[in-house]
Write a protein that binds this ligand. Sequence first.
Ligand SMILES: Nc1ncnc2c1ncn2[C@@H]1O[C@H](COP(=O)(O)OP(=O)(O)O)[C@@H](O)[C@H]1O
Ligand SMILES: [Mg+2]
Length: 261
Amino acid sequence: MADVPRRILVVNGKGGCGKTTVATNLAAMLARGFRSPDGRHSGPRQVSLIDHDPQASSSYWASQRSSELPPIHVIPAHQRTGMYQTQAFAFRIPFDTDDVIIDAHSNTRDRDLESLLKQSDIVLVPILASPIDIRAGGSFITELLTHRIFRAAPRPVGVIANRVQPNSETALKLQHFLQCLDVPNVATFRDTGAYHEGMERGCGICELPPSRTTRREYAEWRALVRWIDDQPLGNTRSSSGIRSMPLAANRRNEPGTSIRA
Ligand SMILES: Nc1ncnc2c1ncn2[C@@H]1O[C@H](COP(=O)(O)OP(=O)(O)O)[C@@H](O)[C@H]1O
Ligand SMILES: [Mg+2]
């Protein structure tokens, strides 16, 4: 168990770009652990997934998850709390959490972005390979990098190219756009029905039956986790308040939807 959980924010002001897909697949990868081809081992971690989206897609994903898979604790932060409960209490994370993954809602801007940034050590921005998404993604990244919270404590930001059809014109445009950005392209995921299947079954690509497609995507997920593991976390710990996280709960299962084996 980590002394202080690592906090990974998945965000983009645009809907449908793959925030929930990235957040849920990453949760599954970290909860499971894996060994890289180079022999490095990532042990299984206790993961809490905070669902900020009113559409509750991460919560739905978790509700479909089999009890035989590694557990992921879901915190439905999009819900209103009861009259006599503070948000900090209702949405507290379990004390044994190693990684917190925050699935932001679409339209995250201004105050919401500020609050989520304060709670994050690493930021992942999925972008779709379409002209409109590339444009919107560029504006969002500019807003992120110039935000006063970010400037006060810069933290690692990685862009994820999502739903890419290799060698298509839009894929080349996205590649060119990412090369022009001062932000690394940390993973590229293809457009494949395996992600729909994972969403329906409450599992990650790493937990679907092996096929050519899932193997290829899995390799990209491992590379993404390696990038995350290699990022220094110091900047955000001292200045922007690890204390602003939800408090640690005494037990799992309350009041979030805890999916345990
Ligand atoms: N790489 C992908 N290949 C195929 N479908 C995808 C991929 N990434 C996301 N999707 C699908 O696109 C839709 C929107 O993705 P989602 O993760 O819910 O976006 P967001 O959370 O940003 O609104 C979902 O139906 C999801 O299954
Ligand atoms: Mg979503």
